[in-house]
Structure formats: structure tokens, C-alpha cells
Write a protein of this length. Structure first.
Length: 236
């Protein structure tokens, strides 16, 4: 039933991926009882992503915010459908924006959120974490935005969690990053983010690029998304 409810909302289907995750022991106590999750990813527009050459474009900035808004609306509708079917659910919205508005002081201090969409997606077996801390899906590479829905009952989890990077040799995102925020170390579930990626350095460079290229107070770049070979169309 849950599969049908989700699939019925993901239109056109080729633009989405989704999977189920077992989250026992991985969530904050405020989400007690919610031990499972749905991860949903929506593909970004290839033309817009390919247009990122040396930093963010206004088209990418607008697209980023538009997809976030669409995913927030989508999870609300799916969660409502699940509730009507007697399935308790809690939608977790995507990143609010490419700026700071809407974030609390705790996020600005730690640059971490209560529920990581990337974590839910890796536990759902949809992909891994790349060297610049992007979620890299098998189907779309990093060219997607993620959202999650928490569940109290087991939706029929049969996926195998991804616990380490599946692309060890590629270093393109590390080399091309204008902020030089990654050291090339591979992600796995045993290491902390700061061991391979510097989120504050990334945030600072994204702010600089948004200001100089877009004249915006925002935190956005997109270059590592654009250069990643995974998910990139072979014929442009």
C-alpha cells in the first residue's frame, strides 16, 4: 500500500527515486517511535546544472529553491495520504533555502540538522556520500534534492544500507572545488564529516560566490554537482 501511495504522487516517475530505511537508534529522542523512513529524491534539470561553469548562476539558485518548494509540498501530500490510510507519518522538509532564513541558532552553530536527508537516503540504499559531502545517488548522481518522511510502522524495508563510498578513485569534485574544502578522504559510516570535508569553509566560499556572481546574500555554489561524472548525461 505504501509503495502505491508514494508512486501515485511521484509524477513523472522518471524524475524521482525513493526507498525505505530502517532508522532504529539513529534519530534524536524527539522523534521517539519513528523508527523508519522514506527517502525521496527529485532530479535537478540537467541543462541548468550543466550551465554551472565557475560558480552559481541565478537560474540554478531559482531552480534550487523551486525544487525545495515542490518537495515540501509533495511530502505534505504523501504524508496526508498515508495518514488517511491509517499510517502515522511525519514529513521532514528539505533545506529551507540557500540562505540563512528559517534556521535556528543551533544549526548555525553546528551546521547540522536533527534529521539528515542524506543519512536517510544512504540507509535506504539509494547512494553514498561523496568527497565534498554531496549525496551521490546511483541513478542521478548528485543532481537531485532530497526529502524524507518518518514512519512509525515498518513499510517493508528490504534495502541494504550503503555504508561506504562506491567511487573511490574519482577526485574531480575535490580538484574543481573553488574553496578547496575536501581532502579526498573517502566517506564511510565510521568517520565524522569534518574528517573529509570542511562545512564552514564551504559555507564561506559559497557566500562569497553568491555575492560576487549573483549579488545575493546566499550560500550556494553547485560546481561539485555540475562536474561529477555520476549521473551526468553522456550526450549533451
Amino acid at each position: 500500500m505504501i509503495n502505491e501511495i508514494i508512486s501515485g504522487r511521484l509524477i513523472p516517475g522518471e524524475q524521482f527515486i525513493f526507498g525505505f530505511a530502517d532508522l532504529h537508534g539513529l534519530l534524536n529522542n524527539k522523534f521517539k517511535g519513528y523508527n523508519y523512513g522514506i527517502s525521496i529524491g527529485k532530479r535537478l534539470d540537467d541543462r541548468i546544472v550543466d550551465g554551472i561553469k565557475d560558480g552559481p548562476t541565478i537560474e540554478y539558485y531559482d531552480h534550487y529553491k523551486q525544487i525545495n518548494s515542490q518537495l515540501a509540498d509533495l511530502t505534505g501530500k504523501i504524508s496526508s495520504d498515508l495518514q488517511k490510510a491509517g499510517i502515522e507519518s511525519l514529513p521532514v522538509e528539505p533545506t529551507i533555502s540557500a540562505g540563512d532564513e528559517g534556521y535556528n541558532e543551533e544549526y548555525l552553530r553546528t551546521l547540522s540538522v536533527d534529521i539528515s536527508h542524506k543519512m536517510v537516503a544512504t540507509r535506504a540504499g539509494l547512494g553514498w556520500i561523496g568527497k565534498t559531502d554531496l549525496f551521490v545517488s546511483r541513478e542521478f548522481g548528485p543532481r537531485l534534492r532530497l526529502v524524507s518522511i518518518l514512519l512509525k510502522e515498518n513499510p517493508g524495508v528490504d534495502s541494504t544500507p550503503v555504508e561506504k563510498s562506491e567511487r573511490g578513485k574519482c577526485n574531480i569534485c575535490v580538484i574543481k572545488c573553488p574553496g578547496q574544502v575536501a581532502n579526498g578522504k573517502l566517506w564511510d559510516i565510521s568517520i565524522k564529516r569534518e574528517e573529509f570535508f570542511d562545512p564552514r569553509k564551504c559555507r564561506k566560499k559559497c557566500a562569497e560566490l553568491a555575492l560576487t556572481k549573483l549579488n545575493l546574500d546566499a550560500r550556494i555554489c553547485g560546481l561539485c554537482v555540475s562536474v561529477c561524472p555520476q549521473g551526468k548525461r553522456q550526450i549533451q
